[in-house]
Design a protein around this ligand. Structure first.
Ligand SMILES: [Zn+2]
Ligand SMILES: [Zn+2]
Length: 231
C-alpha cells in the first residue's frame, strides 16, 4: 500500500542519478536532490548575481530622511538588532550584513578590520551615501555620541519613565493586586482589611496575623502605598 512514508525512485535534479525518497518529501516540494552537495551545486548555478538579488529587496521610500536624502531600507531578513542580512557565495552559513554589501557593490571592498557604519543611525538603511567606513572604536564613539543603546540599556533621557512608562500608557499590561503572581491577598480581602481598620478597635498586628501576612504588608496596605488601585 502507498503511504506517505513509501519511498519512490526519482532522479536528482542536479546529477540525474536515481535515488529513493519518501513520498511525503515530494508532496512537500522537497526531495529534488540526492544530497546536500547537489542541492548547493544547483543553488549556485541558478543563483542570480548578488547585485540583482540585493537591490530588488531595497525600499527607497521608507519616509525616513538623513541630511536631505531619504533612507533606503533593506526589506529582506534582518538580524535581531535590525541589521539586514543577505546570503552571499551561495553557500549555507555564508551571509553578510546588507549595509556592508551595499557599500561594496557601490564603492569597493571594505578593507580588512574596518566596519561600515551608519550616518543616519538606522540599522536597516543601505543607502551608500548614509554609510561610512570606520573602526570598531569609531563605532562605539558614534554610538555614544548619538545616544544609542550601550549594552542594550537605553541612556536615562531616552528611557520611558513617568507618564511615558508602560505602566501608565498600558496599565492593563501591568498585573496589579491579586493578578500579580506574588500576591498573597485577594482584592476582596484587601478591601475588607481596610474596612475593618477604619472601623477601629483592632491592631495592625492582629490583622497581620489573621491574614497571614507581615505587619509591613498591612501597614503598606493601610497607608495606600500598596494596592493603590483599590483606593
Ligand atoms: Zn545528485
Ligand atoms: Zn539612512
Amino acid at each position: 500500500m502507498l503511504t506517505k512514508n513509501t519511498t519512490i525512485p526519482v532522479h536528482c535534479a542536479q546529477c540525474r542519478r536515481e535515488f529513493y525518497t519518501p513520498l511525503y518529501r515530494l508532496l512537500n516540494g522537497r526531495g529534488r536532490f540526492c544530497g546536500r552537495t547537489c542541492y548547493w551545486a544547483h543553488k549556485r548555478t541558478v543563483r542570480r548575481p548578488l547585485a540583482d538579488r540585493f537591490w530588488e529587496k531595497v525600499d527607497k521610500h521608507p519616509g525616513r530622511w538623513w541630511n536631505g536624502a531619504e533612507c533606503w531600507y533593506w526589506t529582506g531578513i534582518p538580524n535581531p538588532k535590525g541589521y539586514g542580512r543577505i546570503s552571499v557565495h551561495g553557500r549555507a552559513g555564508h551571509d553578510a550584513f546588507a549595509h556592508r554589501v551595499a557599500w561594496e557593490l557601490t564603492y569597493r571592498l571594505v578593507p580588512g578590520g574596518l566596519w561600515v557604519l551608519h550616518h543616519c543611525d538606522t540599522p536597516a538603511c543601505v543607502r551608500p551615501e548614509h554609510l561610512f567606513l570606520g573602526t570598531a572604536a569609531d563605532n562605539t564613539a558614534d554610538m555614544m555620541a548619538k545616544g544609542r543603546h550601550v549594552n542594550g540599556v537605553a541612556p536615562l533621557e531616552r528611557r520611558a519613565r513617568g507618564e511615558r512608562h508602560g505602566s501608565r500608557t498600558k496599565p492593563e499590561s501591568t498585573p496589579r493586586g491579586e493578578k500579580h503572581t506574588a500576591a498573597k491577598l485577594t482584592d476582596a480581602q484587601v478591601c475588607e482589611l481596610r474596612r475593618r481598620w477604619s472601623a477601629g478597635g483592632i491592631q495592625q498586628k492582629a490583622l497581620a496575623a489573621e491574614y497571614s501576612v507581615s505587619r509591613g504588608v498591612v501597614s503598606e496596605i493601610l497607608s495606600g502605598k500598596s494596592w493603590k488601585h483599590l483606593l
